[in-house]
Design a protein around this ligand. Structure first.
Ligand code: IPE
Ligand code: IPE
Ligand code: MG
Length: 266
């Protein structure tokens, strides 16, 4: 089975893989060593559209299709947590029409997908300064959270108006408030306490970070949580990103040696 997996993954991308091929690779993945948390920077929508002579928003729409497929695949593989970067605190700098289109897409995604997500036991959450999003987005997020809160499948964390730095600012503020209220003292501040004040409190740190579209940077994503995360990059643009790319990333991850500052396991 492993040989089959390797043969499949080493083939150049873009070959017409039959659905059956991909399905058998899904079955061959080593389920014992799956990442517990995958984080994805869903990048490259704009370039993908522009290369086709289309407006950037066309790329964002196409990106939703990739998200749908990857959520399904992660759920099928029983990955516990998937965090997707959908809108950063810096993305407000974009033209108004693009920001509006992204907000509309979020609302559309939630209401269109919620039945399937719920049926598949996905638990939808959101991280970021959600209260600063337009009202209709806040409502969509609250609706999805409430509807899926008891589900025990994949935790789908939508990073919306998310910034790693603003997350740390919010954590510092809330910790300082606790010291001011005399609920904790300064000596109680340790790594665990800081983690527990982040938006991702209670979730494991990502094991695998995927960034499509050929850029090699974090872009203010999960600054604290990515300390020992394995990075995986691809030139494939997010709207073209498919299950087979996810499988490549996972396979690669499973063949790495994580040392966490220690030494190779004997
Ligand atoms: C990612 O695609 C989506 C968001 C940032 C919301 P981009 O819009 O950044 O696409 P590129 O990187 O410009 O191609
Ligand atoms: C990161 O992509 C944010 C999201 C994918 C939501 P950007 O396109 O905003 O990042 P930069 O500007 O290339 O660093
Ligand atoms: Mg980008």
């Amino acid at each position: 089975m492993l040989k089959k997996l390797w043969n499949f993954l080493s083939r150049s991308r873009g070959k017409k893989d039959t659905v059956d091929d991909i399905e058998s690779v899904m079955q061959a993945v080593d389920r014992e060593r799956l990442p517990k948390h995958i984080a994805i920077i869903m990048d490259g929508n704009g370039r993908w559209a522009q290369r086709r002579g289309m407006p950037r928003t066309y790329g964002h729409k196409a990106g939703v299709e990739s998200l749908r497929e990857i959520v399904r695949a992660c759920n099928e593989l029983k990955i516990p947590v998937l965090t997707v970067y959908a809108f950063s605190t810096e993305n407000w700098k974009r033209p108004r029409e693009e920001v509006d289109a992204l907000m509309d897409l979020l609302v559309e995604y939630v209401y269109k997908e919620i039945d399937e997500l719920d049926r598949n036991k996905v638990q939808v959450r959101a991280i970021g300064r959600i209260h600063k999003l337009p009202e209709k987005c806040q409502q969509a997020v609250a609706f999805a959270r409430e509807r899926t809160k008891d589900n025990d499948g994949l935790i789908l964390n939508l990073a919306l108006n998310y910034g790693g730095r603003s997350e740390l600012v919010d954590a510092v503020r809330s910790i300082l408030q606790m010291t001011a209220d005399k609920k904790i003292s300064i000596k109680d501040i340790d790594e665990q306490l800081i983690s527990s004040h982040l938006y991702t409190a209670g979730l494991p740190d990502p094991d695998l970070l995927i960034r499509p579209s050929g850029d090699f940077r974090i872009s203010n994503f999960l600054l604290w949580q990515l300390a020992y995360t394995e990075f995986w990059y691809t030139d494939v643009m997010w709207p073209d990103f498919r299950k087979e790319d996810l499988l490549r990333a996972i396979y690669d991850y499973q063949n790495r040696e994580r040392r966490f500052g220690g030494l190779k396991q004997k």
